[in-house]
Structure formats: structure tokens, C-alpha cells
Design a binder for this molecule. Structure first.
Ligand code: SF4
Ligand code: FES
Length: 331
């Protein structure tokens, strides 16, 4: 038996036991199981150091602390900031308390959100939209006016719609960890807090466009692609280019022969696999700039797959191979 296996610990989430490395968070352990027991994460981002602990959408119930100390934790805990212990038992969808808490957090996140999905470029890819659909109330109970801000251009490429921001701080972490200069931050406190640029500076460094990919809502959008198309009318294809600044691995969102926008590739938890540079994202909008690898696998439950749905053909059908080269879907 290898040393790594000996060092693994057992965690049970919603009745499913998994062996994981010590020191990881409950979210990471849940991701090893997959499925509906993975808590929603609006601020945690495994590729960004120090992320998490801000939105509370990942609250879970720890019904048994560990083998050594089996007492339950007295309150719900954020799964992204709580380490697993050997013998720990966690409830996510099996805990009525957690379900109620996520509903409450969703209501709080939506208190100032404009719900302008019909005109928002993030619609169809927005994690707050998914959360509101699953846990939101039919109508708001808040009687207070929502916070409103004027849309702001953060340089030539990025648009900030502060009305939609949930203050997850991922964009700040991208600026801190991926670029050599950070021009934006969170100003003010409490319900006055807002993302803004330092002395109205533009965000121009080579990897700044990644703030768009990490933003879970439509607060930061690509100015070169705004309002060009709803995401479900475009076809995502994996493509590569020769780039000196990044890996050059991207997804092209194509309509006809036009590249509507370029993004980084994302995993099943909507996290970027490899961050891309601004040249790839904003400047390479010609299909001749890219080598097409093939269709991007998309979740068949996603609205993006809506125009790509095809009934499976029997394997012995002569068209099987041809059809199989079309958009692939993943569970
Ligand atoms: S702009 Fe987007 S990424 Fe930045 S804090 Fe707001 S929601 Fe998060
Ligand atoms: S994802 Fe855990 S607090 Fe936001």
C-alpha cells in the first residue's frame, strides 16, 4: 500500500464515504464525490489563493466532527473554509437547516441584484441565476430601494456593472495573483462597498481579462463581445493558438464564421483550467488565428446546449461517426 493511501482520511458527505487527502476543505472533498452534494460556491475558486469565506452559499452541517471528537459543530460552517477531519460526517442536501440557510443567503445576495438577466451578457452562464432558480423566492420581501451604480468602463476591454456585483472578491484576487499590477479593489464598507479602479485607472495588464471569467455574475463583461449574441446562439469550440504569453488554449464562441468572444476553458465547477492573456481573449477574433481542436464538451443540462441537442443514433448507423463529431455533451 502506498504512503499516500495510508495517509488518507475518511469523510462522509450525505451518507457517501470518500477517502481524501488530509488538509483539504469540505468543498474539495464533496467535489471528489460529485453530484448534488457539492455545495454551491459563489466566492471560492480553487485556482485563487485566499478565495472563499465571503458569500456563505457553501454552508453545510457537520453532524460529526471527527472520529476523535464526534461532537457535531454547533453552527453551520462554510464548506470552502472548513478542513475535513478523519471520520467527519457532513450533511448538505440531506440537512433541512442547510437548505433553509442557502435559501436565506440567496435572498440576501439578490437584495441588491437588478435581476436584469434579459439584457445581461452573463445570462445562461451566471451562477447567481442558477442559485436564484433553485433556491430563490418568487418575489423579493425587501422594501428598500436597491443600490444603483452607473456602468463603468475599466479600460478598453472590460465593463463593470456594479449593480450586479456580489462582492465575492475573485476579481481582486486575479489582479493580485495573476498580474503585476493591481488597479482595482473594494472601496468603502458594508452596503456602501463597491469594486472600483484606483484613481479611475484603466485595467490594462496582460492577464486582466481573466477577471471576466472568474466573475460569477455579469458584473464584469467583455466589451468586445457585449450584446453581440445570447450565449446559447453561439457554438463553443476548443481552439489553440501560438502565444508567447499564455498556453494559447481557449474556447471560441462562434456564430457562423464570426468569433463572438474568446474565453478560457472551464472545468465542471466553472473554474478556469488555464488563465489566458488579453491578446488571445480580445485581439484574436479571426478564425485564421486559431487551430480548431473540436467542439467544447458542454453540460447537457446547460442552456448553452439548447440548440445543440440531438437524439443519439444507434452505433451501427452510418451517420453515427459524423454526428458524433458534433457538439459533445457531458453529464
Ligand atoms: S465584480 Fe464580479 S468578480 Fe468582482 S467582486 Fe463583484 S461579483 Fe466578484
Ligand atoms: S463559497 Fe464558501 S463562503 Fe463563498
Amino acid at each position: 500500500m502506498s504512503e499516500e493511501v495510508i495517509n488518507k482520511i475518511k469523510v462522509t458527505i450525505d451518507g457517501v464515504t470518500v477517502e481524501v487527502k488530509p488538509g483539504i476543505s469540505i468543498v474539495e472533498a464533496a467535489r471528489e464525490i460529485g453530484g448534488p452534494s457539492v455545495p454551491p460556491t459563489m466566492c471560492y475558486y480553487s485556482k485563487l489563493e485566499g478565495s472563499g469565506g465571503r458569500c456563505r452559499t457553501c454552508l453545510v452541517e457537520v453532524s460529526k466532527g471527527s472520529e476523535k471528537d464526534p461532537r457535531p459543530m454547533p453552527k453551520l460552517v462554510p464548506a470552502c473554509r472548513t478542513q475535513v477531519m478523519d471520520g467527519m460526517e457532513v450533511k448538505v442536501i440531506t440537512s433541512p437547516k442547510v437548505v433553509e440557510a442557502v435559501q436565506g443567503v440567496t435572498e440576501l445576495l439578490l437584495i441588491n441584484h437588478p435581476l436584469d438577466c434579459p439584457v445581461c451578457d452573463q445570462a445562461g452562464e451566471c451562477k447567481l441565476q442558477d442559485l436564484a432558480y433553485e433556491h430563490g423566492l418568487e418575489r423579493t420581501r425587501s422594501e428598500f430601494p436597491r443600490r444603483t451604480f452607473q456602468p463603468d468602463d475599466l479600460g478598453p476591454y472590460i465593463k463593470l456593472n456594479m449593480n450586479r456585483c456580489i462582492l465575492c472578491a475573485r476579481c481582486i484576487l486575479v489582479a493580485n495573483q495573476l498580474t503585476d499590477q493591481r488597479n482595482q479593489g473594494i472601496l468603502f464598507r458594508g452596503d456602501h462597498a463597491e469594486i472600483s479602479t484606483y484613481l479611475n485607472k484603466a485595467i490594462t495588464n496582460d492577464f486582466s481579462g481573466n477577471v471576466i471569467d472568474v466573475c460569477p455574475v455579469g458584473a464584469l463583461t467583455d466589451r468586445t463581445a457585449r450584446f453581440k449574441s445570447r450565449v446559447w446562439f453561439t457554438e463553443p469550440v476548443n481552439a489553440t493558438c501560438k502565444c508567447e504569453k499564455c498556453s494559447g488554449k481557449a474556447v471560441l464562441w462562434v456564430k457562423g464564421n464570426e468569433i463572438i468572444r474568446v474565453t478560457a476553458r472551464k472545468d465542471q465547477y466553472n473554474e478556469v483550467e488555464e488563465f489566458i492573456c488579453n491578446d488571445c481573449r480580445f485581439e484574436r477574433k479571426d478564425l485564421n488565428d486559431w487551430t480548431i481542436e473540436g467542439p467544447t464538451p458542454i453540460n447537457k443540462h446547460s442552456v448553452i446546449s439548447v440548440n445543440h441537442y440531438e437524439l443519439p443514433l444507434p452505433k451501427n448507423d452510418p451517420h453515427y461517426k459524423l454526428k458524433n463529431n458534433n457538439i459533445k455533451t457531458i453529464e
